[in-house]
Design a protein around this ligand. Structure first.
Ligand code: HH2
Length: 269
């Protein structure tokens, strides 16, 4: 899943596409570089960020939503939003998926929209809100608690008419988690398989990698690839990334190794 952030303030400066032309160009690059999904967002959710209005958020992403429609949706378009109006307009304009970083806590009606449109729905765990989430996050057992909250969100979506096949789950790396929490979630990602839904993971250039590598977001590509490889080995189906080309190449090798492990490739091939 290739990220297109139409924002002036995302945590990774290299991923900020504030001008409409820049964002549209990035959309086409993401597709060309081999992404299977494109995820467009118009509001940063970095720690300490403040929300923008629905009007502003829609104005930011609309050029990309329109470009995807004009291109005939070469890959499904996902919209990273927690707002009903933004989600409704994007789905009406052809988006195929909602990426909700609040797992229906901020706006339960996103489930109604996903049900009505037959759209995909990513339910991502966050403790608190972006403004507060990194102020001393705490869990007794992060895996058990986060899995439990995701199970509740999956049930809520189902109760509002979303079919199980439409739902993906995401433990929300960096969203109300310490370095130790993030590492535990990655190390025990296989335990989220109990939810019975595909797992999406987003480690791309995030702060926990900076804590390990002692470098800014611009210097976290190798760390991102390592974390995503570990996540896929532990069962992740979708990785949300800023660097599509590098991931397509890395995942091609990983897929080949995993195919050999599962015996789908002959030893002589
Ligand atoms: N991470 C970010 C945003 N949306 N969605 C899902 N499902 N999973 C994630 O891990 C995730 C997400 C944060 O990254 P980014 O969009 O690059 O930053 P910002 O929120 O500062 O724009």
């Amino acid at each position: 899943m290739g990220v297109i952030n139409c924002t002036p303030d995302s945590f990774y400066p290299g991923g900020r596409h504030r001008e409409p032309e820049q964002a549209v160009r990035r959309y086409h690059e993401v597709v060309e570089e081999g992404a299977h999904l494109a995820d467009v967002g118009g509001e940063s959710t970095r720690p300490g960020s403040e929300p923008v209005t629905a009007e502003e958020e829609w104005a930011r992403i609309a050029p990309v939503v329109e470009a995807a429609r004009r291109a005939g949706h070469p890959v499904p378009l996902s919209v990273d939003t927690t707002k009903y109006d933004v989600a409704a307009r994007a789905l009406d304009a052809g988006a195929a998926m909602l990426n909700d970083v609040s797992a229906l806590r901020f706006e339960p009606r996103l489930a109604d929209l996903a049900a009505h449109h037959g759209a995909g729905l990513v339910l991502m765990h966050m403790q608190g809100t972006p403004a507060t989430m990194q102020r001393d996050p705490a869990y007794r057992d992060p895996v058990a608690e986060i899995r439990g909250e995701l199970a509740t969100a999956v049930s809520l979506a189902a109760a509002r008419g979303v079919a199980a096949e439409q739902i993906l789950v995401d433990p929300g790396i960096g969203f109300g988690k310490t370095l130790a929490h993030n590492l535990t979630l990655l190390a025990r990602l296989n335990e989220f398989a109990l939810l019975g839904r595909p797992i999406l993971i987003g480690c791309s250039r995030k702060g926990f990698l900076g804590a390990i590598l002692d470098g800014p977001p611009a210097e976290r590509l190798e760390g991102t690839l390592a974390a995503h490889a570990a996540a896929v080995c532990a069962g992740a189906s979708v990785v949300r990334v800023h660097d599509v080309r590098a991931h397509v190449r890395a995942m091609k090798v990983l897929d080949a190794v995993l195919a050999a492990r599962s015996g789908t490739v002959s030893r002589d091939a």
